[in-house]
Design a protein around this ligand. Structure first.
Ligand code: ARG
Length: 618
């Protein structure tokens, strides 16, 4: 290690002193969580028991069959059955036609039905359709109401520590709308993984190092107005940055000077480093305003700079293992890794790159944070970067069978069909967007209820406005581009957060009315339902733990959104057709009350998992 670099590391070590303690605390917290958390056994869920019964039956009928899990689905609506499962994979394994196998399995189930939760089975094409015994529904409702907000949790990932890298904006400019998907998807995946038993580390990997800081520092030293910076740091820093690149188009020398300045920073120039530190601290303060609005808290903000120190060692390792070679200058090149395009670990002037820092961060996350899985929630335009990073980390033996990393990409947010970029200054700031959402929600709520008091109104508008923006980002499948459009985002009629929130508010108001006249609600021994909607809703409720697992397995929150929209639609139809208050049969009435209570529980919990709150009124 050279003397100049020593200077840099000494500075950073001092700056990050407190962080070392934070990391220890975090590790301790996770250790305790693993010891003390009361995990919910997935096998206790009713649908999981149904699955188990089928699996056991299949195993005893087909001794060679290897089967651990079965995907139970809802049949298409023209099929009159509760659930179904497909026989394609089973058929492949048993070398039987899936059509014939479906019939064979249906028959086996029917013969054994007295020992099962299943009343009857029939085959349609390569699917086995199942009808459940109606008694099962009272067990389901009892389970939901007893488990309460733990309903849906499981223990399947209880041995895992999952580190999620999300939001991760570059400092020295406001967080833009382009960082919204990562911020929201990452936050939600954190919630979901926790539900499946994992311990979760939320890592905001700040972009706080890199050539761009050369430009920023240059601009700061030449043009900064301290007054303005104090008033609105991120915005003012961005202006400096934008101005730099505008002037650089006239004066190419600036780019070289900026590069020189970054080199000085990486060599530990103390004046530049203190300016950098100031910019970093101010930026975090600014970001936290936005995170607070969104209800997000990170476990750590350790950004690229923190991981510089180990780079020398890693580069030695890469060279030793002959994965990279030295260029004629100071550069280090990796040029034949899994047929990927070649890339640099050091530039010609010896400075590090984004990928170099990411490699060091990856290693440290596995070693120091004990992560078993790392998720990088980052736009799909960085796919190649992550392919290269992971390929290198595998070759180095950092990533293994038990230590995994995944890139979780997503599409762009488009405004009027167009993408945004910072250098041209056309960045839409997240803070402005969230404020506008609240304003718009406020005027909608006022129109509906002119008598709400100002303070309450603001609270409700915040919940609705911000919830609407968040939901809009989650409901379409991750890789799709999202066209941002206020009418869509704040549509109260369908497929939006307000629509789902409104369903909750409706259920709450029914329960409120009921409890005035009927304080105690008993769960009837025999659940009786009258109409098909009620059974459809019951089936949705049974699927909840599996939906959470599916979101986790595919890192795809939209499955939960689709599920909620289905429930809300069914419920609203039920609400239009049925009056619980006027239901005279006591068993039926209590069954219905238990049903809507359970629906509320699942809806509200799901919205919370999506980082959306439910207002008391709308
Ligand atoms: N700071 C980067 C950006 O704003 C995202 C960082 C993502 N995380 C990572 N480990 N590379 O584009």
């Amino acid at each position: 290690m050279s003397e100049v670099q020593n200077k840099l590391y000494r500075f950073l070590a001092k700056y990050y002193q407190r962080e070392e303690q934070n990391i220890k605390n975090l590790n301790e917290k996770i250790k305790n969580e693993k010891l003390n958390r009361q995990y919910i056994f997935y096998g206790d869920y009713i649908l999981s028991q149904v699955k188990k019964q089928i699996i056991n039956l299949l195993k005893s009928s087909f001794p060679n069959l290897e089967i651990n899990d079965l995907l139970i689905e809802e049949p298409p609506f023209h099929i009159k059955a509760d659930f179904c499962f497909a026989c394609f994979d089973l058929g492949k394994q048993l070398k039987k036609s899936p059509l014939l196998l479906a019939e064979e399995i249906a028959e086996i189930i029917n013969i054994n039905s007295q020992d099962l939760f299943i009343q009857s089975a029939q085959a349609t094409a390569a699917y086995v359709n199942l009808n459940l015994k109606p008694e099962i529904y009272s067990s389901v409702l009892r389970q939901i109401l007893e488990m309460n907000d733990k309903y849906g949790e499981s223990d399947l990932n209880k041995d895992k520590i999952v580190l999620i890298d999300y939001s991760s904006p570059n400092i020295a400019k406001p967080i833009g709308l382009n960082h919204l998907p990562s911020t929201i998807i990452g936050q939600v995946l954190g919630n979901i993984y926790w539900q499946t038993g994992a311990s979760v580390i939320r890592h905001n990997y700040l972009g706080d190092w890199g050539t761009n800081f050369g430009a920023l520092l240059w601009a700061y030293l030449h043009w900064a107005d301290e007054q303005k910076i104090k008033a609105s740091p991120a915005r003012e820093l961005k202006n400096l940055y934008v101005r730099f690149f505008e002037e650089a188009t006239q004066n190419e020398k600036l780019i070289d000077e900026a590069r020189e300045m970054f080199k000085k920073l990486e060599e530990g120039d103390s004046k530049l480093l203190s300016l950098w530190k100031k910019i970093r601290d101010l930026s975090i303060k600014d970001f936290e305003k936005v995170y607070k609005q969104l209800g997000i808290k990170f476990d750590t903000y350790l950004g690229e700079s923190y991981f510089l120190e180990n780079i020398d060692k890693i580069i030695d390792e890469v060279l030793d293992k002959q994965i990279a070679k030295k260029g004629d200058d100071l550069s280090i090149i990796v040029d034949s890794l899994n047929n990927l395009p070649s890339f640099l670990l050091r530039k010609a002037d010896g400075t590090t790159l984004y990928l170099t820092r990411d490699l060091s961060a990856l290693k440290m996350r596995l070693e120091k944070f004990n992560a078993d899985v790392i998720l990088y929630v980052v736009g799909s335009e960085q796919s190649l970067h992550f392919q290269q990073l992971f390929a290198l980390a595998e070759r180095l033996g950092y990533l293994t069978e038990n230590k995994k990393a995944y890139h979780v990409p997503f599409g762009l947010i488009l405004i009027d069909g167009k993408k945004m970029a910072t250098r041209k200054g056309s960045l839409i700031e997240m803070e402005d967007l969230l404020n506008e959402a609240v304003e718009r929600a406020k005027s909608i709520v006022v129109k509906k209820n002119s008598s709400v008091k100002e303070k309450k109104l603001l609270k409700i508008a915040e919940i609705i406005g911000i919830g609407a923006v968040v939901y809009n980002n989650l409901r379409s499948s991750r890789l799709q581009n999202i066209d941002f459009n206020w009418e869509r985002v704040l549509n109260f009629e369908s497929a939006s957060a307000p629509y789902l929130q409104y369903s909750c508010v409706r259920i709450k108001s029914i329960l409120k009315k009921l409890e005035l006249s009927n304080k105690e609600i008993f769960l009837p021994q025999q659940i009786i339902f009258e109409n098909n909607l009620e059974f459809q809703l019951m089936k949705k409720l049974m699927l909840f733990p599996d939906i959470i697992l599916r979101v986790q397995l595919e890192n795809a929150p939209h499955y939960l959104c689709n599920y909620l929209e289905d429930i809300a639609q069914l419920f609203n139809k039920f609400y239009d057709e049925t009056s619980i208050i006027k239901t005279t049969d006591e068993n039926l009435r209590n069954s219905r009350i238990a049903l809507i209570k359970s629906l509320l529980l699942v809806l509200e919990k799901s919205l919370n998992l999506l980082n959306i709150q439910v207002p008391e009124m709308m």
